[in-house]
Design a protein around this ligand. Structure first.
Ligand code: ADP
Ligand code: MG
Length: 181
């Protein structure tokens, strides 16, 4: 479990305490607006996504945390067993859908389209949080090189969105004691 009070803002680059505490109030969930946390590995993206999800549950919001690869697998399985509509309806009832680690595993065409449909369903209705190690220009590589789909998807996702770009070295690496100490 990751919470805001265990997040060390002094050790974070690209994100301010004010910004995150404003988001913790949850107006973006009501709006709804999306949140994109982009940056290198180990810079606190998942920690912040979970912590903001925890804050939203305190405000009685339904929150679902999932890795992008797991979400895609679920969608593909549901499609294969003709349960896609039911899964889509269930996902739509979630106020905050956190999709972690977009970009680690590339999608095929079908996967890209399923994710695109999900984002389209939620567009201006329900909030999405995405964490990713990719810059926007690199997203097309994840979506099977499909420029059109990627552009349309990014357009919807980023239309009403706060984008936080974390920077710097991995927190874990920095906290690790040097060898021999
Ligand atoms: P990312 O998702 O960007 O790869 P994580 O959020 O998983 O990074 O962070 C890696 C680890 O370092 C986690 O255990 C997380 O709790 C911790 N961490 C990262 N940044 C901070 C920070 N600023 N304060 C406290 N813990 C942090
Ligand atoms: Mg992460």
């Amino acid at each position: 479990m990751k919470t805001l009070d265990t997040f060390d803002f002094a050790a974070a680059d690209g994100v301010t305490a004010t910004q995150i505490h404003t988001l913790a109030r949850g107006e973006w969930v009501t709006a709804p607006e999306n949140l994109i946390l982009a940056g290198p590995i180990g810079t606190g993206k998942t920690h912040l996504a979970i912590a903001l999800g925890v804050e939203a549950t305190k405000q009685k919001r339904r929150v679902l945390f999932t890795r992008a690869a797991d979400l895609l697998r679920q969608l593909v399985e549901a499609r294969d067993t003709r349960e896609l509509t039911r899964l889509q309806q269930r996902l739509l009832r979630v106020d905050v859908l956190i999709v972690d680690e977009l970009g680690f595993v590339p999608f095929d065409r079908v996967g890209g389209e399923l994710l695109f449909n999900l984002l389209t369903d939620r567009y201006e209705r329900r909030a999405i949080v995405v964490t990713t190690n990719l810059a926007f220009a690199e997203w097309v590589t994840v979506f099977a090189g499909d420029e059109k789909l990627t552009t349309a998807l990014l357009d919807r996702l980023a239309h009403h969105a706060t984008v936080i770009t974390t920077k710097g070295k991995s927190y874990r690496m920095r906290k690790r004691r040097p060898p021999g100490s």
